[in-house]
Ligand binder design. Structure first.
Ligand code: HEM
Length: 205
């Protein structure tokens, strides 16, 4: 099944590389202090690389959202089904018990359903909630003059920073879990092949 068109594969590879760069440079800035003056890449260099990578991330994100608005791919992200919660529980049970007993995937991939309910909710939360908040808070830190000075007596810059590192933390955890769940296809390498070649191999094939 051809499920990953060229544009989504191009978006994904740029997104994955940029994420890794942002995590390494973000951690470098976080843990650099007077004693630890050069944590991984050093503060000044980390800031430069982080800012550049963030601009690439924003452009790539605009490309992703536009692609999803203009093509059929956006329909895979729709969460509107009544039994979404019970489907989510089914998928969760499969990941925690069923798959170890050799049961079949409860929501096999079809042309109409590329993602199982758990993938869908995590992709929507990551792509349509966490990344926009990450970008908005990042812009607030890049351009402090546009950030509100105080909010209920607390520095606006500190609140923006907390939001930014919290989203960065959640997205880093998302990425680790995402890469793990991507090993749970028909074979451990099947889903990785899919996002490189464009073709998904299901259990039946
Ligand atoms: C080294 C890092 C990464 C690897 C190895 C990886 C691997 C994969 C694989 C194998 C798939 C295909 C399986 C599927 O459709 O679920 C996929 C799809 C996807 N990944 Fe990743 N990923 C990485 C990073 C990321 C990051 C950082 C994000 C977002 C923050 C992300 C978001 C997505 C999305 C939204 C899809 C579905 C795209 C679509 O078909 O519309 N991935 N990834």
């Amino acid at each position: 099944m051809y499920l990953y068109p060229k544009w989504i594969r191009a978006w994904h590879v740029v997104n994955a590389v940029i994420f890794l760069i942002l995590i390494v440079t973000g951690l470098s800035m976080q843990y650099t202090d007077k004693e630890n003056a050069s944590y991984v890449v050093g503060f000044a260099k980390a800031v430069r690389i982080h800012n550049f990578a963030a601009i690439v991330l924003v452009l790539n994100y605009i490309f992703f959202v536009t692609g999803n608005l203009l093509t059929k791919n956006g329909s895979y992200y729709g969460i509107g089904r009544k039994n979404f919660m019970s489907d989510l529980v089914k998928q969760f049970k499969y990941y925690s018990i069923g798959m170890f007993k050799g049961e079949k995937h409860p929501f096999p991939v079809t042309e109409e359903r590329k993602f199982n309910p758990l993938q869908k909710i995590t992709y929507v939360l990551a792509l349509y909630v966490a990344i926009p908040l990450l970008i908005i808070s990042g812009l607030g830190l890049l351009l402090p003059e546009i950030t509100i000075t105080t909010f209920f007596g607390i520095s606006g810059l500190i609140l923006t920073d907390i939001l930014h590192i919290t989203m960065g933390f959640f997205l880093s955890i998302f990425m680790i879990i995402h890469v793990y769940t991507c090993t749970l296809g028909h074979k451990p390498t099947s889903l990785f092949r899919g996002i490189i070649t464009g073709y998904h191999v299901s259990e039946e094939e």
